[in-house]
Ligand binder design. Structure first.
Ligand code: ASP
Length: 439
C-alpha cells in the first residue's frame, strides 16, 4: 500500500505540530509520500508564513528594505528546527531567497518559499528524500496547470523513490519560473502526487475531523459527514464549503483514489472519506448543505420565447462578450433568468442590458439583486420521494420566500435562491427538517 499524506499549515505551524505530524507518519509505514504546506497560524491572531512572504516581497518589489521582515520569517523556521532538535542550517537558502527577492523573482516565487523551506525541514526530520516540485509540476506559458505533462514528469521523477517529501502549492513553467496554485493549493499538490504514484489513499490532514453537514457558523454543532462522493463534494465546495481546495478532487477523481480528510489534533477520528462511488447509504437523505450570498438575477420575458430558436444562445452570448460567467439559468415558458455574481455584474450592468435588448428584443427585463443560493446535496435524494416537498415545506414554515429553484440533472442537488437576509434561516430550516428530525 502507498499513501500520500498532506499536512495543512495549522498542522505544521510549530515544532509541536510537526511532532504530531511526524508521529502520524511513523505510525503507518504506508505513509510514504508527504506533502507539507507552509507554517500556518500558531494562534488566532498569528500570521501565516505565506502571508508574511507576500508582504515581504511587496517591499522588495518597491526596492524597500525588507531585512526585518525576512528575519521574522527565518525566525519561524528556526523555532521549528530548534524544537525538533535538528542539525539543519538554512542560512544559504535564506541568502538565496534574499538575492532572488532583490532581483524580483515574482510574488509566486516568494510565496512558494514557505512550502519549500518547510519541505526541507520535514525531509530532514523524517529522513525522507526532498523532491522540489519545480522539477516536475508544470504550468504552461499562460500559467495554467498542465496535468498531462505533470503526470508524465512527476511519475518519472518519483519512479523508484521509496519515500519523499514534496512541498505543496507550487510548480514551475517550462522556463523554470516558479508558479503557484491559488491559495490553499497544497491540497491540489497532494492529489497530483497521489495520481502520479498511483497511491491507494490520499490522506489530507487538517485541523478539523472532516466535513460537516452545514457551516458551524450557521448551525450549532452540525453533524459530520462520514462518506461523500466526489460529485457531491464538488457541488458543496463550489457552493462555498471549505476544508479542501475545490480543484483538489480532479486528479484523483479520474483514477478513483479515495481522499480521507483527517484531523492532526485528533488522529483517532476516522474523518471524512471522499470516494468515487459507494453503496453506503448516507445517514440522512441529504449529505450536506452549502451556499453563497451575493447573486443577481436578470429576468427576461418575451411572448413566444420558447419557439424562438437560438434565444438562449443570443442572451448568453451577451454575457460572454462581457466576460461574465453565469451560475444558473432557470427558465419558464416565456421567461429566462440568468444568475450571476453581483460584484462581477454590477459595473457592466447597463452594457449587458442594452446588449440583451439588441440581441433578443425582449418584452421586459428586470433585475433582482442581493440573492443567495443554497445547494442541498445528496446522492440519496434521487431515490427518495418528497425531498423537494420537504425542503419547500420547511422554508414555507420558516416564512422564507423562495425566489428560484433549480434541480441539477444529476438529481443529487437542489439549488434554491432566497434573499441574502434569509440565507442563514433557510439553511437552519433545511438542516432541522433532514438532520434534527432524522427522517
Ligand atoms: N500556504 C499556501 C496558502 O496559505 C498554500 C496552502 O497552504 O495550501 O494558501
Amino acid at each position: 500500500m502507498k499513501k500520500v499524506v498532506k499536512f495543512g499549515g495549522s498542522s505544521l505551524a510549530n515544532a509541536e505540530q510537526f511532532i504530531k505530524a511526524g508521529n502520524i507518519i511513523r505510525a503507518d509505514e504506508d505513509r510514504k509520500f508527504v506533502v507539507p504546506s507552509a507554517p500556518g497560524k500558531r494562534y488566532d491572531k498569528d500570521t501565516k508564513v505565506t502571508d508574511m512572504l507576500y508582504a515581504c516581497y511587496e517591499l522588495a518589489e518597491k526596492d524597500h528594505n525588507f531585512t526585518s521582515q525576512i528575519a521574522q520569517i527565518e525566525e519561524r523556521y528556526q523555532e521549528i528546527i530548534a524544537g525538533l532538535e535538528l542539525e539543519l542550517d538554512l542560512t544559504l537558502e535564506i541568502d538565496t531567497i534574499i538575492d532572488n527577492f532583490k532581483r524580483k523573482a515574482g510574488a509566486d516565487y516568494a510565496a512558494s518559499r514557505g512550502e519549500y523551506l518547510n519541505g526541507i525541514i520535514m525531509a530532514a526530520y523524517l529522513g525522507y528524500e526532498f523532491v522540489d516540485p519545480a522539477e516536475a509540476i508544470r504550468f504552461n506559458e499562460a500559467g495554467i496547470f498542465d496535468a498531462e505533462l505533470t503526470q508524465k514528469l512527476l511519475s518519472k521523477r518519483l519512479e523508484g523513490v521509496e519515500r519523499a517529501v514534496i512541498p505543496g502549492f507550487y510548480g514551475a513553467m517550462g522556463d523554470g519560473t516558479v508558479k503557484t496554485f491559488s491559495r490553499g493549493g497544497s491540497d491540489i499538490t497532494g492529489s497530483i502526487v497521489a495520481k502520479a504514484i498511483q497511491a491507494d489513499v490520499y490522506e489530507n490532514w487538517t485541523d478539523v475531523s472532516g466535513f460537516l453537514i452545514a457551516d458551524p457558523r450557521i448551525i450549532e454543532n452540525p453533524k459530520g459527514i462520514d462518506i461523500i462522493t466526489y460529485g457531491e463534494l464538488r457541488e458543496l465546495s463550489y457552493m462555498g464549503a471549505t476544508v479542501l481546495h475545490e480543484d483538489a478532487i480532479f486528479p484523483v477523481r479520474k483514477v478513483g483514489i479515495p481522499i480521507n480528510i483527517r484531523n492532526t489534533n485528533k488522529p483517532d477520528d476516522e474523518g471524512t472519506w471522499i470516494v468515487g462511488n459507494t453503496c453506503q447509504k448516507a445517514k440522512y437523505t441529504i449529505t450536506g448543505i452549502a451556499g453563497k450570498k451575493g447573486f443577481a438575477s436578470i429576468n427576461i420575458e418575451k411572448d413566444m420565447m420558447n419557439s424562438e430558436v437560438g434565444f438562449g444562445r443570443r442572451v448568453l452570448q451577451v454575457f460572454e462578450e462581457y466576460n461574465i460567467s453565469f451560475e444558473h439559468i432557470p427558465s419558464g415558458i416565456d421567461t429566462l433568468s440568468v444568475m450571476v455574481h453581483q460584484t462581477e455584474f454590477v459595473n457592466k450592468e447597463q452594457n449587458i442590458l442594452s446588449g440583451i435588448n439588441k440581441a433578443v428584443n425582449p418584452d421586459h427585463v428586470d433585475i433582482q439583486s442581493d440573492l443567495a443560493l443554497i445547494a442541498v446535496v445528496g446522492r440519496c435524494m434521487k431515490s427518495q420521494r418528497g425531498t423537494a416537498g420537504r425542503i419547500f415545506a420547511a422554508l414555507a414554515h420558516a416564512n422564507i420566500n423562495v425566489r428560484m429553484i433549480d434541480q441539477g440533472s444529476s438529481e443529487q442537488n437542489i439549488i434554491i435562491g432566497v434573499a441574502n437576509e434569509d440565507f442563514e434561516a433557510a439553511i437552519q430550516a433545511i438542516y432541522a427538517i433532514f438532520v434534527d428530525t432524522r427522517i
